[in-house]
Unconditional design. Structure first.
Length: 116
């Protein structure tokens, strides 16, 4: 049974930091691209950051502030979020995608709220 379980969300003040985690099970984690997406109220889901086997890429809005990393020994992907802004408020979802099989898995999401 495939599972992606996110954690680490919460309420933080502008300028603060949070670290999201997503722990996977039920598939071969190392063979998947891992991504973080977010969806704010009334907006479409957007890609925040992605990590492949050899590279990372980020949305322009988070470059220099967010860092995605993975630990294949723990089947976990992380999103370190620094210098948070109110516009970062959203539900953050973890995604796993295999480019060969096209299998695509989603976590349930974790709420991040940036507010004073």
């Amino acid at each position: 049974q495939v599972q992606l379980v996110e954690s680490g969300g919460g309420l933080v003040q502008p300028g603060g930091t949070l670290r999201l985690s997503c722990t996977a099970s039920g598939f071969t984690f190392s063979r998947y691209y891992m991504s973080w997406y977010r969806q704010a109220p009334g907006k479409e889901r957007e890609l925040v950051a992605r990590i492949t086997t050899s590279s990372t890429n980020y949305a322009d809005s988070v470059k220099g502030r967010f860092l995605i990393s993975r630990d294949n020994t723990k089947n976990t992907v992380y999103l370190q979020m620094n210098s948070l802004k109110p516009e970062d408020t959203a539900v953050y979802h973890c995604n796993a995608f295999n480019v060969i099989t096209q299998y695509d898995y989603w976590g349930q999401g974790t709420q991040v709220t940036v507010s004073s």
